[in-house]
Ligand binder design. Structure first.
Ligand SMILES: NC(=O)c1ccc[n+]([C@@H]2O[C@H](COP(=O)([O-])OP(=O)(O)OC[C@H]3O[C@@H](n4cnc5c(N)ncnc54)[C@H](O)[C@@H]3O)[C@@H](O)[C@H]2O)c1
Length: 271
């Protein structure tokens, strides 16, 4: 347990809470005294995380939520507010890479099917929009709140990786700023966390790949992959009252990748 609890009395809602960054954020929030609604489409994983938080003395409950479906958002937020009496924090961590399993850099624009584009956009961009849309009313009722969008450095720079992933994260970057302006009058802060290369289920294969993992490592001045906790602690700051004057901001946690300019371009046979 943390010695100083920074989210005492707050009710938090985390998407993608079954794995990686979302799971660790839910755990850290639990350690810091928040009541946490853990959501995901992976019910077994999400239940396990909620159980872990409760086992460690925190407060948490799991609920199924596919973030691309508006009716599920309506029900999940209403249930969370009914359970904990309020909503103070939303972390939008759910996401997919849309990567083709046999090629860690795919698909490039001319290989990208409309189906993949729409699937990636529906989770990574539409899902975040729907979360903000449905969190605003209960946050206004609570007198304010904090929405933290887990974006990506791939929303800031280009690479050989999935173009729809880049586009979806770019959309969230812009949505974050617009929402920050629109809800500042209600003391609802909206910020983005920008992870670099973090070891999670999403990146397991790429980071283990000698070429693709090596390129990412080489592009990281701190010379290691980040861990989910590195990102969760950024979410904790933005969720807490320590960040009371922070909105529309971009917290980059990438081991220096973007400061050094990204070097992930691979040689192409057809260029
Ligand atoms: N790992 C990295 O290097 C990295 C870098 C930058 C940004 N991110 C972002 O961080 C976030 C978390 O990713 P992660 O790396 O922890 O990956 P992860 O695969 O470990 O976790 C993603 C979670 O989202 C859930 N999910 C997928 N589709 C969903 C849907 N439709 N509705 C609800 N939940 C859904 C998955 O079941 C999973 O539990 C994502 O938004 C990702 O784009 C990750």
């Amino acid at each position: 347990m943390a010695s100083e609890k920074r989210l005492e009395g707050k009710a938090a809602f985390v998407t993608g809470g079954a794995s990686g960054i979302g799971a660790e954020t839910a755990r850290v929030f639990g350690e810091h005294g928040a009541s946490v609604t853990v959501t995901d489409i992976d019910d077994a994983g999400g239940e396990a995380v909620a159980k872990e938080i409760v086992g460690a003395g925190g407060m948490a409950a799991y609920r199924h939520l596919d973030t691309s479906r508006e009716t599920e958002w309506e029900k999940a937020v209403a249930e969370a507010v009914a359970r904990y009496g309020r909503l103070d924090v939303l972390v939008n961590a759910a996401g997919i890479s849309g990567r083709m399993p046999d090629d860690p850099t795919s698909p490039r624009v001319d290989d990208l099917t409309l189906e993949t584009w729409e699937r990636v956009m529906s989770v990574n961009a539409t899902g975040v929009f729907l979360g903000a849309k449905h969190a605003v009313a209960p946050m206004r009722d609570a007198g304010g709140g904090s929405i933290v969008n887990v974006v990506s450095i791939y929303g800031m720079v280009g690479s050989d990786s999935n173009a729809s992933y880049h586009a979806s994260k770019g959309a969230v970057r812009s949505l974050t700023r617009a929402a920050a302006i629109q809800y500042a009058p209600y003391k609802i802060r909206v910020n983005g966390v920008y992870p670099g290369f973090i070891d999670t289920g999403m990146t397991k294969e790429v980071h283990a790949h000698p070429l693709h993992g090596g390129v990412r490592l080489e592009a990281t001045p701190l010379a290691e992959f980040g861990q989910p906790r590195d990102i969760a602690l950024g979410c904790l700051y933005l969720a807490s009252d320590d960040a009371r004057f922070v909105t529309g901001s971009e917290l980059v946690i990438d081991g220096g990748v973007t400061a050094a300019a990204l070097k992930t371009s691979l040689p192409r046979e057809d260029a």
